[in-house]
Design a protein around this ligand. Structure first.
Ligand SMILES: C[S@@+](CC[C@H](N)C(=O)[O-])C[C@H]1O[C@@H](n2cnc3c(N)ncnc32)[C@H](O)[C@@H]1O
Length: 85
C-alpha cells in the first residue's frame, strides 16, 4: 500500500457520528446533487458520504464510490452501501 495513504484507523474516526454535527453530508452534497444523478465518489473511505449520496441520488441514480484500500471498501460493504448495480 502507498506510504502516504490515509490509515484505516483514521477511516473509523472519519465515520464517527459526531462528525455530522459540523459536516452534514446532506448539506455538503445538497447544492450539487439531485435525484437520478450518477455520482463519482473517489476516495470514499469507510463511506461517510456514500450512503447519504446514494439516498440523495434515489432509485434512478447511482453512486460509483471507489477507494484504493480494500479495508475501507469492506466497511462500506458491511453497511450495505455500494451493492446496487
Ligand atoms: C481522508 S480519507 C477520506 C474518506 C472519506 N471521503 C471521508 O470523507 O470520510 C481519503 C481516502 O482516499 C483514499 N484514496 C487515496 N488515494 C486514492 C486513489 N488514488 N484512488 C482511490 N482512493 C484513494 C484513501 O484510501 C482514503 O480512504
Amino acid at each position: 500500500m502507498a506510504e502516504h495513504v490515509c490509515p484505516v484507523w483514521v477511516g473509523y474516526l472519519l465515520l464517527s457520528p459526531p462528525r455530522k454535527l459540523w459536516e452534514s453530508p446532506r448539506k455538503v452534497l445538497g447544492p450539487y446533487m439531485s435525484p437520478g444523478m450518477t455520482v463519482l465518489e473517489p476516495g470514499r473511505g469507510m463511506g461517510f458520504f456514500t450512503l447519504p449520496a446514494s439516498q440523495m441520488a434515489g432509485p434512478e441514480g447511482k453512486v460509483l464510490a471507489v477507494d484504493i484500500q480494500p479495508k475501507m471498501l469492506q466497511k462500506v460493504r458491511a453497511q450495505g452501501a455500494g451493492q446496487r448495480g
